[in-house]
Design a protein around this ligand. Structure first.
Ligand SMILES: [Zn+2]
Length: 310
């Protein structure tokens, strides 16, 4: 089997949505590589932009669709949607590595999880989903975070420089770890210096959580987004309803922000291929039911995703 298709099917089997990305193609005469798109050498994101119209929103775990794509484009690079099964710390070349090393030294961090060497001379560290979107970690130059709505190229993608993406520690060799607290702290928004006067429903109660919510709530959100990512075709809409209901209950309890939750579920549901109109209806119904059944942060150990077998 085509190694690129084989890899794409392997990621999909882990619940990671995959989509096809342009690839590096030899220029006429074969002296160098250029993007497989019509722009060729003029392309500003060579071998990094999607072949499908909606990019990560077209990403899927459906093997039949992946086989169809890779039979049409056998050289396509596999792009993976982040934020569902994993988030990625994207370290851009030596400058990014230097910034990250400084953090790991001062915070005495180890990063033992899956690690990709990118074809362009960078690295991707994989972590369990945080529920956060794409953002640069504060104070780490040349380092980025890929979460909800984000994507990374995965091995064995090829880079226009001629290099290829490969595992330094593969998924079979290392479990995907949680983000260490010292790194996670750089991803959270800075504490606000003033309350938000524009929103009268928020400013009155000093116990009301900030926009991104209580850490417990964010864990619940991340767990439920991961459960949604694992839903099998045919169960996705039901799973969206069930997972979103659970999370909206914490919105009702003041633990999470409603807009953030709706945006996160919308993005994740689009990524696994649900129809936008269907997503809107399902989330509206889950929201009504969830808001009527508030839950707050329990005393005791961290959240657990209840797999209720449906
Ligand atoms: Zn291109």
């Amino acid at each position: 089997m085509n190694a690129l298709l084989g890899a794409a099917l392997g990621y999909a089997a882990r619940g990671i949505p995959v989509y096809p990305v342009h690839w590096p193609r030899p220029t006429p005469g074969g002296a160098s590589l250029a993007c497989s798109c019509r722009q060729r050498q003029a392309c500003d994101r060579p071998a990094k932009h999607p072949l499908v119209r909606h990019g990560i929103h077209d990403a899927t775990t459906d093997p039949t669709q992946l086989e169809r794509w890779w039979s049409r484009w056998p050289h396509a690079n596999p792009g993976l949607a982040t934020g569902i099964v994993f988030d990625a710390l994207d370290v851009d070349g030596p400058a990014g590595l230097a910034a990250l090393r400084q953090l790991t030294r001062t915070a005495n961090l180890r990063l033992p999880g899956p690690l990709v060497a990118t074809g362009g001379g960078g690295w991707h560290h994989w972590f369990t989903p945080t529920g956060l979107g794409n953002r640069p970690p504060r104070g780490l130059a040349h380092v980025d975070w890929r979460g909800i709505g984000g994507c990374v190229l995965a091995p064995p993608s090829r880079h226009v420089s001629g290099g290829s993406y490969h595992w330094l520690r593969a998924l079979d060799e290392a479990p995907v770890p949680e983000v260490p607290a010292a790194l996670r702290a750089l991803l959270d928004p800075e504490p606000p210096t003033t309350t938000r006067p524009t929103d009268p429903t928020r400013s009155a109660d000093p116990d009301r959580p900030a926009a991104l919510g209580h850490p417990y709530g964010r864990r619940v959100l991340a767990d439920e987004l991961a459960a949604l990512g694992r839903a099998t075709p045919g169960q996705r809409n039901r799973t969206l309803n069930r997972c979103a209901f659970k999370v909206y209950r914490y919105v009702a309890g003041g633990v999470l922000d409603e807009e953030d939750v709706t945006a996160a579920f919308t993005e994740a549901a689009l990524t696994i291929g649900l129809d936008p109109a269907e997503i809107g209806r399902t989330l509206a119904s889950a929201r009504t039911a969830g808001l009527a059944n508030p839950r707050t942060v329990p005393v005791g150990p961290g959240p657990r995703t209840e797999e209720d077998g449906s």
